[in-house]
Design a protein around this ligand. Structure first.
Ligand code: FHN
Length: 476
């Protein structure tokens, strides 16, 4: 800060009017705050709102069989009154709907849950004092509290997804962005001019309710900004983050109040990700529906993904990912140092589609045996392994444990690892602990793993070595 500016006192005015950036935090303090999230590796995403009752159907016809049906209002270009009239009668959460969600997450091996407090449709799941388009006003229930309580009762970390885009609020000035979606885009504001600052004030007030009235909140998952409308200009983003951190100092927040390279974005596509993040823009970057090709050293990241092709429930989407893909995605992401946020889209009554239950239970069965090869691990030391993936952990006494996730079992029963090891190297099956014979070498290490893969999806072998792993140079 230049002395002249300080002397003039002007910088106080700049600080107050430009919105306080998140309070300064040392790298060590940030690492301490992020530690549980980095070790968790696996969370459950939940998209649930009025759209869940429409289930991809509008006026008796399927809107589509693929893609996000939480966007149905935009897909059918319905104004908010028409949409609410059709959707509200169908949204009938049964009593106790949330506990099965939390139990499913825990049984799957998820360490945290992120659920939608408000999606683009603008309907709030909590009992809001600043809106009547909310569960409190419409259903006389606080669904947000029911979900938070259920997740905490299962010992899970819990946070919420909050849409800054709002297709209901009559001051949300959708003409300010060419890139952000809105059902009325291209049509004049039905209520004449709009003052977007009034919407932003509402946005801040509603977020303040969520971070003030429901106890500790572990994650805030913002969604989403565009290159032409983002950050302080669109949402008073720095003020919003500062307000949240003041109420929830340990909270972990994503990068989606912004859409600039410094915040981890290179464009508008869900894969347009930059492997960089200045912490003032958020705590992690958010590749969507894809897994980065390589890890991103020094950047916290989380891939969010659907189990079929839609985030919100659709009765027409039957394109479910196989259990093998779900499990191998988790392993692939962990091997690159990232987190996996896997989505369910419950139905209007809160019930979870059986295909989602089956998939999460399959992951849970694998994690029950192999979870230590995922939780609190670091990224693979190898650029690429033809037969699978690898994660690693430091052991006491300066050793390193490599978890070798074998997808393609060697036909000759010999697993070749591009690693230089000495006589101290030891290996065993993670499941059951059966010792395996290791042949060390300067350019490769061979492990006799036997003829049959114990787990056809991913068998995990522990390989312990002294010190840091010495990756062999690939043969010329
Ligand atoms: O438009 C939303 C979409 O509906 C969904 O919520 C995803 C989840 O990450 N986020 C936005 C698209 O990037």
């Amino acid at each position: 800060m230049t002395p002249r500016l300080v002397a003039s006192g002007l910088f106080f005015v700049v600080l107050l009017t430009s919105g306080g950036l998140p309070a300064a935090e040392t790298p060590a303090q940030r690492d301490a705050r992020m530690q549980w999230w980095r070790e968790a590796r696996f969370g459950m995403f939940v998209h649930w709102g009025l759209y869940s009752g429409l289930a991809g159907t509008w006026e008796g016809k399927p809107v589509g069989t693929r893609g996000g049906m939480e966007w149905i209002q935009q897909r059918v270009k319905a104004d908010t009154d028409t949409y609410a009239k059709a959707a509200i009668p169908l949204f009938q959460p049964r009593v106790g709907f949330a506990r099965p969600w939390a139990q499913l997450a825990r049984q799957a091996g998820c360490r945290y849950v992120v659920f939608t407090s408000k999606h683009h449709e603008g309907f709030a799941l909590h009992d809001s004092k600043v809106s009547d388009y909310d569960a409190g006003s419409v259903l006389k229930r606080d669904l947000f509290k029911e979900i938070m309580d259920a997740c905490r009762a299962e010992g899970l970390r819990v946070g919420f997804y909050h849409s800054v885009i709002d297709w209901h609020h009559d001051q949300y000035a959708y003409e300010l962005s060419k890139q952000l979606p809105h059902p009325l885009k291209g049509r004049p504001y039905p209520n004449g001019q709009r003052d977007h600052a009034k919407y932003v004030k509402f946005l801040h007030a509603q977020v303040n309710e969520l971070v003030s009235n429901y106890g500790p909140v572990d994650i805030l998952w913002w969604d989403y900004s565009s290159q032409d409308f983002q950050g302080q200009e669109a949402w008073r983003a720095f003020d919003l983050m500062a307000q949240v951190r003041a109420k929830q100092p340990k909270i972990v927040m994503n990068n989606r109040l912004f859409r600039i390279p410094e915040a981890g974005f290179t464009g508008m596509g869900t894969a347009a990700i930059a492997s960089r993040l200045d912490p003032k823009y958020g705590d992690f970057i958010t590749p969507e529906q894809h897994i980065p090709a390589t890890g991103m050293p020094g950047v916290d990241w989380e891939t969010c993904m659907t189990m079929n092709t839609t985030w919100g429930y659709s009765e027409h989407d039957h394109d479910w990912k196989a259990n093998e893909m779900l499990i191998r995605n988790l392993i692939d992401i962990a091997s690159k140092g990232g987190n996996y946020l896997l989505n369910i889209g419950p139905k209007a009554d809160g019930s979870v589609p059986p295909e989602s239950v089956r998939g999460l239970q399959a992951i849970g069965a694998w994690m029950k045996t192999n979870g230590e090869s995922i939780y609190a691990t670091a990224a693979s030391p190898f650029q690429k392994l033809d037969w699978g993936r690898c994660t690693q952990k430091k052991l006491p006494g300066g050793k390193t444990r490599l978890y070798l996730h074998v997808f393609a079992w060697p036909a000759d029963g010999k697993l070749v690892v591009p690693l230089a090891t000495g006589p101290a190297a030891s290996a065993r099956l993670l499941a059951g602990g059966k010792p395996l014979v290791v042949t060390p070498g300067d350019n490769q290490t061979t492990i006799a793993v036997g003829a049959e893969a114990p787990d056809k999806i991913a068998t995990v072998i522990e390989l312990d070595v002294n010190g840091q792993p010495k990756v062999a140079k690939p043969a010329p």
